[in-house]
Design a protein around this ligand. Structure first.
Ligand code: PEP
Ligand code: MN
Length: 349
């Protein structure tokens, strides 16, 4: 259910409608747009009696939302959501005209490794640094990540290089710590339908990067984002990272068609991860070019200075010099699709 307010509705009128909604035992989500504010209603099991809201001052109309996802939908917000990420070097935006590039190793292995990669990706123009301290691995005997010491290394990368940090939380305990140390909380493909974790991320005060599950349909992907938003965290960045198909020459099949499909249905930004999407170093640059051409809001790329020695995902990690080339190519494609590469606003703190 959606309450559309008049273009000139006052803040008090919006507040009064929200209070009335909450008084009915429901949750109100005021979403300001450039033309008007819309108020999403969640928490209702069936139809809501709208008469009482429709007659309130400042209300234009109440619209039932037929889609299973509400807050994620373009019905509630016509214009694109721009997620704003404060970093020591200034504000990084995801979802506006500028493209955002997040780069770094799969896992944080040591301070030396993290600093070596951070220095290179920063110099090449990356906007955010990625790296896992908690790694969801298929085998319990594989490297599981450094845990909290890994987060401390990431915090140091932030300090030294001025890069905002994207890192994964795998459970409630790690989410607490990731929320403290990172700028963006990553929810991995394997946890896309961990509803308890999604709800916790929805109560976090940091933006969430939500990766598509490897067998998730588009509706399931959007419903996972709805879980986060329904708890009040509207700063969600979607990430296409490939799905599992019969095609076995790549690790996953990168579903680039999902980008325009998401754009049609949702106002949320979506970035592409060509590293997990292909699993092969040689495929990362071509698929990065394609991702930008098809309308993605940015990239999440694994980079390692010694990929042959990487403790995870070395096969798909590109070398720093390949990342330089990737940035060069993306920079050339960006203006063709009406985008730019200056995601870092010149608002250094
Ligand atoms: C990762 O980003 O390193 C990762 C584990 O990704 P995914 O959840 O997409 O497999
Ligand atoms: Mn990885």
């Amino acid at each position: 259910m959606l309450v559309v307010m008049q273009a000139h509705a006052t803040e008090e009128q919006v507040r009064a409608v929200c209070q009335r909604i909450e008084g009915l035992g429901l949750k109100a989500h005021p979403i300001p747009g450039s033309m008007r504010t819309a108020i999403g209603i969640t928490g209702n099991q069936g139809a809501v009696d709208l008469g009482v809201l429709e007659s309130m001052a400042g209300v234009v109309e109440c619209i039932p939302v037929s889609k299973p996802y509400k807050l994620v939908s373009r019905d509630i917000k016509e214009e694109n959501t721009v997620v704003r990420i404060p970093t020591p070097a200034g504000e990084v935006t995801v979802g506006g005209m500028p493209l955002a590039v997040m780069a770094g190793p799969c896992a944080i292995e040591s301070p030396e490794q993290a600093f070596a990669v951070a220095e290179k990706v920063k110099a090449a123009g990356a906007h955010l640094f990625r790296g896992g301290a908690y790694k969801p691995r298929t085998s319990p005997y594989s490297f599981q990540g450094l845990g909290e010491p890994g987060l401390k290394i990431l915090a140091e990368v932030r300090e030294r290089y001025g890069l905002g940090i994207v890192t994964e939380a795998v459970d409630h305990e790690s989410l607490e710590l990731v929320e403290q140390h990172a700028d963006v909380i990553q929810i991995g493909a394997r946890n896309m339908q961990n509803f308890s974790l999604l709800k916790r991320a929805g109560r976090a005060r940091k933006p969430v990067l939500l990766k598509r599950g490897m067998s998730a349909t588009l509706d399931e992907f959007l419903m996972a984002a709805e879980y986060v938003m329904a708890e009040g965290n509207y700063n969600v960045i979607l990430c296409e990272r490939g799905v599992r198909t019969f095609s076995d020459f790549t690790r996953n099949t990168l579903d680039l068609a999902v980008i325009p499909a998401v754009k049609q249905r949702s106002h949320l930004p979506i970035v592409v991860d060509p590293s997990h999407g292909t699993g092969k170093r040689t495929k990362v640059l071509p698929l990065s070019r394609a991702a930008i051409a098809v309308g993605a809001d940015g990239l999440l790329v694994e980079v390692h200075h010694q990929p042959d020695r990487a403790l995870s995902d070395g096969m798909q990690s590109i070398l720093p010099e390949e990342f330089v080339q990737l940035m060069r190519e993306v920079q050339q494609i960006a203006p063709v699709v009406g985008r730019s590469m200056d995601a870092l606003a010149a608002t250094a703190r």
